[in-house]
Design a protein around this ligand. Structure first.
Ligand SMILES: Cc1cc2nc3c(=O)[nH]c(=O)nc-3n(C[C@H](O)[C@H](O)[C@H](O)COP(=O)(O)OP(=O)(O)OC[C@H]3O[C@@H](n4cnc5c(N)ncnc54)[C@H](O)[C@@H]3O)c2cc1C
Length: 306
């Protein structure tokens, strides 16, 4: 219930204004976001890489409605990739891209062209791109764009969401040689017609999808903070004899950092998803919706500012 309210608020510009101007917001944002500028992103990447983590950087922003804005987002990724390469941070660092930030909502071809330019820049920088997955109305379009991009850049990563009923079948399609697939639970509010609604059903679907990916021929990227799913992932790695070079765990910046360090210590490849930029509202609200207990963090920040 609280999750639905927070996710509904994530689409409200009125609530956004309220949250963005609240005096305590900065402290909360800082926990989940590297900072507003490219320099912040590079600094945080350096620190994570020094700790043995791989990184995927996300220039925050989504639901872009003008070609100019979509082009500006593309250009920021091109700049970022040049800087990452110059700093010697590739291939440890790759980038995650939302097609809706590149124009998908009004012009799929423009989003494809922008994503292709980013893939080419990533290739030149010696790294790769993963296409984030957004709400279910975009899944077909995103997988179409992915298939087109993979013709020239086969290592372009996909994201599949275990809460969608279709995902087991998508996993089967994508568990092929060279195919990088990030499996997550899914962060959007979706209707029962397309998505499992209970946590138990989503978890069971995650395990079924994990089994397909871990027993398949691709490169699975298990994106979860869930202790039970991580333990099952470790188990499957043993069953299917997948060493650290043949799959990875992924977690979000600021969430369970001690677990990220533990897995690195165990010899696993772990990638931290590192968002940066000023357009943090939708991202932050999805993190709060996943764990309404994080609202207490808001509360503490509020009290400490009084
Ligand atoms: C690398 C990465 C990339 C992602 N990309 C996408 C994407 O492209 N599309 C998409 O829809 N979703 C994406 N997600 C989000 C994902 O779908 C889930 O919403 C999110 O990961 C929470 O699910 P969980 O598997 O961690 O399990 P949950 O059941 O939500 O959480 C399990 C445990 O993890 C901890 N935890 C989880 N979330 C939080 C939090 N916000 N704050 C503090 N602790 C927390 C808690 O201990 C919790 O008990 C991504 C997640 C990761 C890690």
């Amino acid at each position: 219930m609280l999750r639905s309210v927070i996710l509904a608020a994530s689409r409200s510009s009125q609530v956004e204004r309220l949250v963005a101007t609240a005096p305590f917001t900065r402290d909360v944002v800082r926990r989940f976001v590297a900072g507003s500028g490219t320099d912040d992103a590079l600094r945080a990447t350096r620190e994570l890489v020094a700790d043995g983590l791989a990184v995927t950087l996300d220039n925050l922003g989504e639901d872009t409605v003008t070609p100019e804005h979509a082009t500006a987002t593309r250009d920021e990724y091109l700049r970022l990739l040049k800087l990452l390469s110059a700093a010697g941070l590739t291939p440890a660092a790759e980038v995650s891209v939302k097609l809706s930030a590149l124009g998908q909502m009004f012009d799929e071809q423009l989003a494809y062209d922008n994503a292709r330019a980013i893939c080419a820049a990533a290739d030149e920088a010696g790294t790769t791109v993963t296409l984030d997955m957004e709400d279910h109305t975009t899944t077909d379009s995103t997988l179409d764009v992915l298939a087109r991009l993979r013709k020239s850049f086969p290592s372009t990563g996909a994201v599949l969401q275990a809460y969608l009923r279709r995902t087991e079948s998508d996993c089967r399609e994508l568990a092929s040689v060279g195919s990088r697939v990030r499996l997550c639970k899914g962060a959007y509010q979706e209707p029962e017609s397309v998505a499992y609604q209970s946590a138990r059903e989503v978890d069971k679907s995650y395990v079924r999808c994990m089994n397909i990916l871990m027993s398949g021929d691709g490169y699975p990227m298990l994106a979860t903070h869930d202790p039970r799913l991580i333990a099952i992932g470790e188990d499957r790695a043993r069953w299917f004899d997948r060493g650290a070079d043949h799959f990875e765990f992924q977690m979000l910046y600021g969430i369970r950092p001690e677990e990220q360090a533990r897995l690195v210590g165990e010899g696993y490849q772990v990638r931290t998803y590192l968002p940066y930029g000023t357009d943090w509202y939708g991202y932050l609200m999805r993190r709060l919706a996943e764990r309404p207990a994080n609202l207490a963090f808001f509360g503490r920040a509020l009290v400490s500012k009084k």
